[in-house]
Design a protein around this ligand. Structure first.
Ligand SMILES: CSC[C@H]1O[C@H](OP(=O)(O)O)[C@H](O)[C@@H]1O
Length: 349
């Protein structure tokens, strides 16, 4: 596959001195960047969804820790470690559900523990490796997932899991890209993904940049689409996969899985192993991020709901392993996932 054509859109870019983030709140009509020069600025950018997507926020947090190191400057490792730990706490608190955030920070702090007085260089090397590993994982998962799809298939995806959510190429969107390139995927449908509209604003725009024709549907149209036989797979990403194979992902994923099972549509979850959390036994233990209910009361500064109306805004839900046909990571494919298969693939916590 010619991957280069897919890497035009970059959510996160280290300039050598600062972190350049594509402001995803402004897409698709305005392509604008913000530049972060501190861990605090990166934490705020993650919370405000300037950068979003489980792997991308882990990568941004890793570079955020490097920025903290640059602010600390020429201090000994002994002086720097407590300051870096404070920065890691702030970065980790930005969003609770995607385990990639904590995973990336833990990997950075493990690198720091092994470092000497060259600790800042070691942090930069580790952040670079986290980003490169994610891109390589996405490209590998694209191939693994595409092989599961019979030629002539239609697929439905949810939220955004592409280059905007990762180091590049994407997770579920990477499988779709590979599936289209291999002429296995004939029809791509994307749900709008209310309330933040990752599908309507990001996914169909991202695929359009690739010349991939996708059809946007209302979230509420998904079951009707499946009933019509247009879709053979629902393919989604993940924010956290627990030890029994339960999956936390964007709100609306769970009902897609229920509808898919009812209609005999296969359900695939695509995520790098950095999204697997073997220390959490099941989905019921995952903290589901609740965001400002105001995100439901209008969009782009225009209110669509009468004053005084209450709203409830959980932005993730949990799909039980029993509704999932395949979990694809860069380590391989787990079909009909369960605790035993997860343990065999990822070991004990
Ligand atoms: C490969 S991105 C994984 C995951 O992250 C997204 O959530 P958000 O846009 O709120 O960061 C969505 O759940 C994707 O499936």
């Amino acid at each position: 596959m010619d991957y280069a054509r897919y890497d035009r859109v970059r959510a996160v870019e280290w300039t050598g001195k600062a972190l350049k983030l594509l402001d995803q709140r402004k897409l698709p009509f305005d392509v604008e960047y913000i530049t972060c020069e501190s861990a605090e600025e990166v934490a705020e950018a993650i919370f405000q969804l300037v950068v979003r997507g489980a792997p991308a926020i882990g990568i941004a947090a890793a570079w955020g820790l490097v920025l903290a190191g640059k602010v600390i400057g020429e201090k000994s490792k002994q002086e720097a470690v407590p300051l870096l730990q404070l920065a890691a706490v702030k970065l980790n608190a930005a969003r609770p559900t995607a385990v990639n955030l904590a995973w990336a920070l833990a990997r950075m702090q493990a690198a720091l523990a092994l470092a000497g007085e060259d600790w800042l260089q070691r942090l930069q090397d580790c952040a670079k490796d986290i980003e490169a590993d994610d891109l390589a994982a996405n490209r590998h998962m694209g191939q693994l997932g595409a092989q599961l799809i019979a030629p002539g298939s239609g697929v439905l995806t949810h939220c955004n899991t592409g280059s905007l959510a990762t180091a590049g190429f994407g997770t579920a969107l990477g499988v779709i890209r590979a599936g289209v390139a291999e002429q296995r995927v004939n029809r791509v449908f994307a749900g709008e993904t209310r309330p933040w509209l990752q599908g309507a604003r990001l996914t169909v725009w991202e695929l359009q940049q690739d010349g991939i024709d996708a059809t946007l549907i209302a979230d509420a149209a998904a079951s009707h689409l499946m009933a019509g036989g247009q879709v053979q797979w629902v393919i989604v990403g993940a924010d956290r996969i627990t030890a029994n194979g339960d999956v936390a992902n964007k709100i609306g994923t769970y009902q897609l899985a229920i509808a898919a099972r009812h209609h005999g549509v296969k359900f695939m979850v695509v995520a790098p192993s950095s999204t697997v959390d073997m220390a959490t036994a099941s989905g019921s233990e995952i903290e589901i991020e609740q965001r400002d209910p105001g995100e439901l009361l209008g969009y782009g500064g225009r209110r669509t709901v009468a004053e005084g109306i209450r709203a409830w805004n959980p932005v993730f839900d949990v799909t039980p392993a029993s509704l999932i046909d395949a979990i694809v990571t860069e380590k391989g494919v787990i079909e009909q996932p369960n605790a035993d298969k997860m343990r065999k693939a990822f070991g004990e916590a």
